[in-house]
Design a protein around this ligand. Structure first.
Ligand code: SF4
Length: 329
C-alpha cells in the first residue's frame, strides 16, 4: 500500500531563531501563509483525486508547527479535522522543533487528530547545534522524543549531515544517538548551502568548508544501511530542488537523485565484497534496481573493472533480495 501526504507548508513568519541553513526570506512571506479556507480547499481537492485516502495523511510541514501562535495552530487543525475519519484521510502529521514540545501541546495535538510528529533534531553534537544557531540542545531532542512516544504518536526524526563544524564521524554518531530513541521514521537532509543564509556567508568567506560530496554520499549510504538494519523507515534522503529557491544554491550536498547515488554506493560495497579475489562476477538484482547496481554512468561496473573483476548483472523481474550471486571465478 502506497502512503502519501497532502502537504501544507506552514512558514514560520517572525521565527525568533536564526538557524545557519535557513533562508528566512523564503519562509517569512506573509502572502503564502495558509489559513483554514486554504486547508479545506487543498483537502477537498485531494480527497477527489486520491484513490485510497485512508493511506494518506494531511501533513503540516515547515519545521516549527508547535511554535506558531496557538490560535493559528488551532485554526489549521480544526479545518483539517473535518477530513479525518472513515472514507477520509488517516490522520495528521506535523513537523516541529524539539524545544516546543510539552505535555500541554501534546494533549492538544492528540485531541486534534494528529497521529505523527516529526522533530527537526539536525544534530546531536552540542558544538554543531551551537555553531549552527539551532537554539536547542541534544537533551531537548531526547526529552521531546520520549514524551512524543509516551503520548502514543508516531515519532519521526530529521537530521542534517555536513553542517558547519560537523564531520562524517559526528554525523554518524548523531544517527546512532537518534536511532536509540526508537523513531518510526527518519529523514536525512544532507546540507544545501543557500545564498542569503549564514552558512552561505561562512561558505563564501572560506570559514565553512563542507566535507567532500563523495564523503557525504558514503556517509549517507552507511546511515541508510544502519537504518534498514534497525527497522527504521527512511522516508527521505536528500532535498528536492522544489524545497529551496532555485538559483540560490551555493554548494553543499545537492543532487537531483541523491538517494539513488547512496543506493548505488551500497551496491558497490556489496559487489566489492563478492568480487574479492575473483576476475569474473555474475549477480542478479531486482529489475527496478538495475541502474542502482550498475551505478551512475555504470561507475560500479567501472570500479570493479579497475579492481580486476569483470561484472555481469542480470535484471530479474521476480527477485525480492537485493542481490543474488549467480557465479564467480
Ligand atoms: S529552520 Fe530555524 S530559523 Fe528557520 S524557521 Fe525553523 S527554527 Fe526558524
Amino acid at each position: 500500500m502506497k502512503h502519501s501526504n497532502i502537504s501544507i507548508f506552514v512558514p514560520h513568519a517572525g521565527c525568533p531563531h536564526q538557524c545557519s541553513f535557513c533562508d528566512q526570506r523564503t519562509i517569512s512571506g506573509e502572502g503564502n501563509i495558509p489559513h483554514a479556507d486554504d486547508v479545506r480547499r487543498i483537502c477537498t481537492r485531494a480527497l477527489d483525486q486520491i484513490n485510497e485516502p485512508e493511506n494518506a495523511e494531511i501533513a503540516f510541514f515547515g519545521g516549527s508547527f508547535t511554535a506558531i501562535p496557538r490560535s493559528y495552530m488551532a485554526e489549521l487543525l480544526e479545518a483539517a479535522q473535518d477530513f479525518i475519519g472513515k472514507g477520509k484521510f488517516r490522520g495528521i502529521r506535523i513537523s516541529t522543533r524539539p524545544d516546543y514540545i510539552d505535555d500541554e501541546v501534546l494533549s492538544l495535538l492528540k485531541s486534534s487528530g494528529v497521529t505523527a510528529i516529526e522533530l527537526g533534531a539536525q544534530s546531536m553534537d552540542e558544538e554543531v547545534l551551537e555553531a549552527n544557531e539551532r537554539g536547542h540542545s541534544s537533551q531537548d531532542v531526547v526529552n521531546a522524543s520520549r514524551l512524543i512516544k509516551k503520548y502514543g504518536f508516531e515519532l519521526g526524526l530529521q537530521m542534517m549531515t555536513g553542517l558547519y563544524r560537523s564531520t562524517p564521524e559526528k554525523d554518524a554518531e548523531t544517527f546512532e544517538r537518534l536511532r536509540k530513541l526508537y523513531p518510526d521514521t527518519m529523514r536525512i537532509y544532507p546540507v544545501v548551502i543557500l545564498n542569503g543564509t549564514r552558512l552561505g556567508e561562512l561558505f563564501k568567506s572560506g570559514e565553512y568548508v563542507p566535507y567532500s560530496f563523495d564523503e557525504g554520499v558514503e556517509l549517507c549510504s552507511q546511515i541508510m544501511e544502519r537504518a534498514e538494519h534497525n527497522g527504521i523507515k527512511l522516508i527521505k534522503v536528500g532535498l528536492h530542488a522544489s524545497e529551496f529557491v532555485e538559483g540560490e544554491l551555493l554548494g553543499g550536498f545537492y543532487h537531483p537523485a541523491f538517494r539513488e547515488l547512496c543506493e548505488g554506493r551500497i551496491y558497490l560495497r556489496e559487489l566489492k565484497t563478492l568480487a574479492r579475489g575473483h576476475s569474473y562476477l555474475e549477480v542478479s538484482v531486482p529489475e527496478r534496481n538495475l541502474s542502482k547496481a550498475l551505478g551512475q554512468k555504470r561507475c560500479n561496473a567501472e570500479e570493479l573493472k579497475r579492481l580486476g573483476t569483470e561484472l555481469k548483472i542480470i535484471a530479474d523481474k521476480t527477485q525480492k533480495e537485493r542481490i543474488k550471486l549467480i557465479s564467480r571465478r
